[in-house]
Design a protein around this ligand. Structure first.
Ligand SMILES: [Zn+2]
Length: 126
């Protein structure tokens, strides 16, 4: 899991470092203040929050110089904390629609995303 590390030096400067692996601490250079190079006196690990990552997957095919389904996309949402939790549309949509639907998953936790997805796509797709 990824995390933010938030540091502070004796002179009251604050800075943050993003690490892909929260079991790893920032390296020595990241623990020094970017303004005056003094060492951090506090370092706090802030684990990444439960949110969804959003992907738009191109559906275009290509064979012998011909292209089909150009500018059609599947929408996929996935838990940032557990990548096995994933939802993907079964039909394609336009760029404009995928952007519109994706915006409904902005800054929300996985459980809410799952409920919102069920409301949006179980009715709309029948
Ligand atoms: Zn400083």
């Amino acid at each position: 899991m990824s995390a933010w590390w938030q540091m502070r030096c004796d002179d009251g400067h604050g800075w943050s470092v993003f690490v892909e692996d929260d079991s790893r601490e920032p390296d020595a250079t990241q623990l020094n203040c970017p303004e005056d190079d003094s060492p951090a006196v506090t370092a706090t690990c802030l684990p990444i929050a439960d949110r969804v990552q959003i992907s738009m997957l191109p559906a275009a095919w290509e064979r012998e110089g011909r292209v089909g389904r150009a500018d059609e996309y599947f929408l996929e949402v996935r838990s940032i904390l557990d990548s096995s939790r994933m939802l993907k549309t079964t039909t394609t949509m336009s760029w404009e629609d995928v952007i519109k639907y994706a915006s409904m998953f902005r800054d929300i936790p996985w459980d809410l995303a799952e409920r919102r997805w069920a409301r949006m796509f179980s009715k709309a797709r029948e």
